[in-house]
Write a new protein. Structure first.
Length: 301
């Protein structure tokens, strides 16, 4: 276990060195992008030994080490990476500029301090720190959503399918952390029961799922354009179809979350069907793009 943890930390150190080197050698300066990645690395460097402690069976009488570990890895490593990337990626995706650059500073401060407070609150059983941590994540998610919405409104029409899907994912992040903050204010304990299931649905199937799938739609389309030469074209937007699929996905995620959080058991099967249908359509589009790359574009060596 500890050899594995050491190898992970070595890989993380190499990753950090690569980011610093890229930043130093870059022709243009994007300091905030690398700040997000370095902050994510710092959180993961703590989350790895925390996981090793649990795997080794070392007792931790000070608090909930599992929850602290999950906060460091999911909100710290994965969350900071995605939130930080979106500040650059989504304006590029919508062919706009970041409308409120100063809000990124606020988002960074709120998100990173929120992760630190939340991990401390769970790891050392400090309820006020837990509440402060969730509220920090709320502020960071809100600041991101404002910039994403501004880019969405300023984007030239018609919107690409990828821009619609990634944009639709971001309200679910704010909804998830706001719900978790409300639960923490109520009892200050680790998320349990229906609240945990609802937050998990909003984060995993809503925010992470749609953000990753939308990003794949864009990146595969760009790869087709770059690798295919001047004769290759980006997939043309289909506004009615794209809007319908995006709405279907959002409705399925919202209905699934409500069925768990509000005890609406009758909604679960229809909500799951809506969500599955939307995800199958997105998966089919991604598979089609990947097939074009594999079958029609000669790979370069």
């Amino acid at each position: 276990i500890w050899v594995a943890a050491a190898l992970l930390l070595c890989g993380l150190a190499l990753w950090t060195a690569a980011i610093v080197t890229l930043r130093r050698n870059s022709l243009r300066s994007f300091p905030w992008a690398t700040r997000w990645y370095l902050a994510a690395t710092a959180f993961f460097s703590i989350g790895i030994p925390a996981g090793a402690l649990m795997a080794s069976g070392v007792p931790w009488p000070h608090g909930d080490l599992l929850s602290a570990h999950m906060v460091l890895n999911l909100a710290g490593w994965l969350g900071a990476t995605i939130v930080g990337t979106l500040h650059t990626f989504y304006p590029s995706l919508t062919q706009t500029r970041l409308r409120y650059p100063r809000l990124q500073i606020a988002a960074f401060a709120a998100w990173t301090s929120g992760v630190a407070m939340l991990a401390t609150g769970y790891g050392l059983a400090v309820a006020p720190a837990t509440v402060a941590g969730w509220l920090g994540l709320c502020l960071g998610a809100l600041a991101l959503l404002v910039n994403v919405t501004a880019s969405l409104l300023a984007a030239p029409r018609p919107l690409s399918f990828a821009a619609r899907v990634v944009g639709a994912a971001q309200p679910f992040l704010l909804a998830a952390v706001a719900l978790a903050a409300a639960a923490a204010i109520g009892d200050g304990a680790t998320l349990t029961g229906s609240t945990r299931a609802t937050v998990g649905t909003l984060l995993v199937t809503g925010w992470i799922g749609l953000t990753v799938l939308g990003s794949l739609l864009h990146l595969l389309a760009v790869l087709i354009r770059v690798r295919g030469g001047l004769g290759a074209t980006m997939p043309a937007p289909n506004p009615r179809h794209d809007a319908a699929v995006t709405t279907l996905a959002m409705a399925g995620i919202a209905a699934s979350a409500l069925s768990q959080g509000a005890g609406l058991d009758g909604w679960r099967a229809p909500a799951a069907a809506l969500l599955l249908a939307a995800y199958l359509i997105l998966a089919a589009r991604i598979t089609t793009l990947a097939g074009r790359i594999l079958l029609h574009i000669r790979p370069s060596v």
